[in-house]
Write a protein that binds this ligand. Structure first.
Ligand SMILES: Cc1cc2nc3c(=O)[nH]c(=O)nc-3n(C[C@H](O)[C@H](O)[C@H](O)COP(=O)(O)OP(=O)(O)OC[C@H]3O[C@@H](n4cnc5c(N)ncnc54)[C@H](O)[C@@H]3O)c2cc1C
Length: 353
C-alpha cells in the first residue's frame, strides 16, 4: 500500500488531489487529506468576508469524495519527517505516510511590531476573516478603519470595505511611495485615483511603530482607530520553521524541480510554503499542485516521473469593489471592468472544477 498524506486543503493540495483522482488511483494507493476545516477555503475571496459583501458559503467548496481518499479534519500540531508521521490535535495516535505534501499556506508576519498581533484583525484564515467581518460590520456610523499594507490583499480589503460601508472613515497605510509596488505604474496610478475618488485616505511612506487597542502609531503620530486590519506581510506557516531542511530568506523550504525536498524526496512542498522565484499566489500553488499531482501519479504507477516544465503564470488580477479592478494579463497592465469580470470568471471556473 502506498500512503499519500496531503497537509492542508488549500489551492495547492486541492489541485494535487483532483489531479490524482482524475488520473485514476491504482488500488494499492490511499490518500489522506488533513485540514482544520471540513471544506476548501477560497482564500483569494477572504477580503469579501472581511467586508461582509460575500456569504460564507460562497468562499468554500466541499472536498471531493472518493473511496480511496480519507478526509481528516483537525489541527496539524507536528510534522515528524524522521518518523514519516503527522500529529493532529496533539494526539498520541500519529498518521503515517509514505509520501507527504506540505501545503499549509502562510500566516501574518508582524515584523516584531508591538501590539500588531494582539490588536489587529487578519484576513489570513477564514475564521479570522469572519471575525474581521463581524467587527467591521458592527461598527457604529462613521467608525474609523485603518488597513496596514497596500499590497494586493490590503487594496482589496480597503476597496471592498469602502463599497460595503460608505459611512466609514477608511485609511490605508502604505510603506512605499505608491500602492501595489509589484504592479505596473499605470495600475498603481489607477488604483490611487480610485481611492481618491472614493474618499479613502492613503498615507505613503508609512512606518508603523506600534499598534494599540484603539490606534496605530505611525512615523511618530498616533491615529485613533476602531479597527486596524493587518495586511502588511506574510510568512510561511509556523510548522515550516520546525522542519530540519534548508529554507530561503523568507523561511520557505527549498525544493527541487519536482517540488521535493532534495534530501527527503518522499516529501513535497507546495504553494506559500515552498521557495520560488515567483511571488506567492493561488495561481502558483495550483500550477505546482498540478505538477506534483503528475509526479505522484508516476510514482504510484512505478514509472520514472518526467521532469516538470518551468511554470508560466498568466498574470494577476485584483478587485476594487464589485465592478472595478486591475491586473497584469499576459504582461500587459489592465484596469477597469474587464479585469474585474476576468477575476469573477476565474473564481467561477475554479468553483466549477
Ligand atoms: C485577501 C487575499 C487576497 C488574495 N488574492 C489573491 C489573488 O487575487 N490571486 C492569487 O493568485 N492569490 C491571491 N492571494 C494569495 C493566495 O490566497 C495564496 O497564495 C494561496 O492561498 C496559497 O495557496 P496554498 O495552497 O499554499 O495555501 P492555502 O490556500 O492558504 O491553504 C492552506 C490550507 O492549510 C490549512 N491549514 C493551515 N494550517 C493548518 C494546520 N495547522 N492544521 C490544519 N490545517 C491547516 C488551511 O485551513 C488551508 O486550507 C490572496 C490572499 C489573500 C489573503
Amino acid at each position: 500500500m502506498k500512503r499519500i498524506v496531503l497537509l492542508g486543503g488549500g489551492y495547492g493540495c486541492m489541485k494535487i488531489l483532483t489531479t490524482l483522482i482524475d488520473n485514476q488511483l491504482p488500488t494499492d494507493t490511499h490518500i489522506t487529506l488533513i485540514d482544520r476545516n471540513p471544506y476548501h477555503s477560497l482564500k483569494t475571496e477572504f477580503y469579501a468576508i472581511a467586508a461582509g459583501t460575500s456569504a460564507d458559503k460562497d468562499v468554500r467548496q466541499v472536498f471531493p469524495i472518493h473511496e480511496q481518499v480519507d478526509l481528516v479534519y483537525g489541527e496539524i500540531t507536528a510534522i515528524y519527517t524522521e518518523q514519516n508521521r503527522i500529529e493532529i490535535d496533539h494526539s498520541e495516535e500519529l498518521i503515517p505516510y509514505d509520501y507527504l505534501v506540505i501545503g499549509l499556506g502562510c500566516e501574518d508576519n508582524y515584523h516584531g511590531i508591538d501590539g500588531a498581533k494582539q490588536f489587529t484583525q487578519s484576513v489570513q484564515t477564514i475564521s479570522k476573516a469572519r471575525q474581521a467581518g463581524h467587527t467591521i460590520n458592527e461598527l457604529k456610523a462613521y467608525g474609523k478603519v485603518a488597513i496596514v499594507g497596500a499590497g494586493l490583499s490590503g487594496i482589496e480589503v480597503a476597496s471592498e470595505i469602502r463599497e460595503s460601508r460608505p459611512d466609514l472613515n477608511v485609511r490605508l497605510l502604505d510603506r512605499g511611495a505608491s500602492v501595489l509596488s509589484a504592479f505596473d505604474e499605470k495600475v498603481q496610478q489607477y488604483v490611487e485615483d480610485w481611492f481618491h475618488k472614493n474618499d479613502v485616505e492613503i498615507l505613503h511612506h508609512s512606518n508603523v511603530e506600534y499598534v494599540e487597542k484603539d490606534g496605530v502609531c505611525n512615523n511618530g503620530e498616533c491615529f485613533i482607530n476602531d479597527v486596524t486590519i493587518w495586511t502588511a506581510g506574510v510568512k510561511p506557516n509556523h510548522l515550516i520553521q520546525t522542519l530540519p531542511y534548508e529554507k530561503d530568506r523568507q523561511g520557505k523550504v527549498i525544493v527541487n524541480d519536482y517540488c521535493q525536498i532534495p534530501s527527503q524526496e518522499n516529501v513535497f512542498v507546495v504553494g506559500d510554503c515552498a521557495s520560488s522565484s515567483f511571488s506567492p499566489s493561488a495561481q502558483l500553488a495550483g500550477k505546482q499542485g498540478e505538477q506534483i499531482g503528475e509526479v505522484l501519479t508516476s510514482i504510484v504507477y512505478n514509472i520514472e516521473p518526467r521532469k516538470p516544465k518551468p511554470i508560466k503564470l498568466k498574470g494577476s488580477l485584483g478587485s476594487l469593489g464589485k465592478s472595478d479592478g486591475f491586473g497584469n494579463m499576459y504582461k500587459q497592465p489592465v484596469t477597469g471592468l474587464l479585469p474585474r469580470l476576468a477575476k469573477s470568471g476565474v473564481l467561477w471556473l475554479s468553483k466549477r472544477h
